[in-house]
Design a protein around this ligand. Structure first.
Ligand SMILES: [Zn+2]
Length: 140
């Protein structure tokens, strides 16, 4: 590892990442709840056009809910990893077991995969696998 790389590794403020994760967990669970509430509202207006518009809105909400829910699940896993220590938090949960780059963690504090494993995961998701299907099962 070069001096430059070592310096870059120190740049990620682990305490700040922890605070960011806590904030994200609160925000995302609030967002998921709110989207679920929106989705649960019945479409029972007298106006067909209005009802069609509401149904279209619901499909957008469903799309957002799916994404928010995946990110919340990822944030929960990231938080668990974080509580296990900085090294655990920074290690990819995919098959590679490599370090997740600081740049990625700074941009996406809830990331649990390196970029390569995330791409693989996204491919799985397109095939309707669960968002956590690449995580090694816990022994506990
Ligand atoms: Zn990986």
């Amino acid at each position: 590892m070069s001096d430059g790389e070592r310096k870059k590794n120190v740049l990620l403020d682990i305490a700040a990442q922890g605070r960011a994760l806590d904030k994200i967990l609160v925000e995302k669970s609030r967002e998921v709840k709110s989207l679920r509430r929106n989705l649960a509202e019945p479409i029972t207006g007298p106006d067909d056009l209005d009802n069609a518009r509401k149904a279209a809105e619901k499909s957008v909400i469903l799309f957002r809910l799916r994404r928010e829910h995946q990110e919340l699940a990822s944030a929960q896993i990231a938080k668990k990893k974080f509580d296990g220590g900085a090294e655990v938090y920074r290690t990819c949960s995919g098959a590679c077991g490599e370090k997740i780059s600081d740049k990625r963690l700074a941009a996406v504090p809830w990331a649990i995969y390196c970029t390569q494993c995330q791409e693989l995961q996204d491919q799985f998701e397109r095939d309707e696998f669960s968002p956590v299907s690449l995580v090694e099962p816990d022994d506990t």
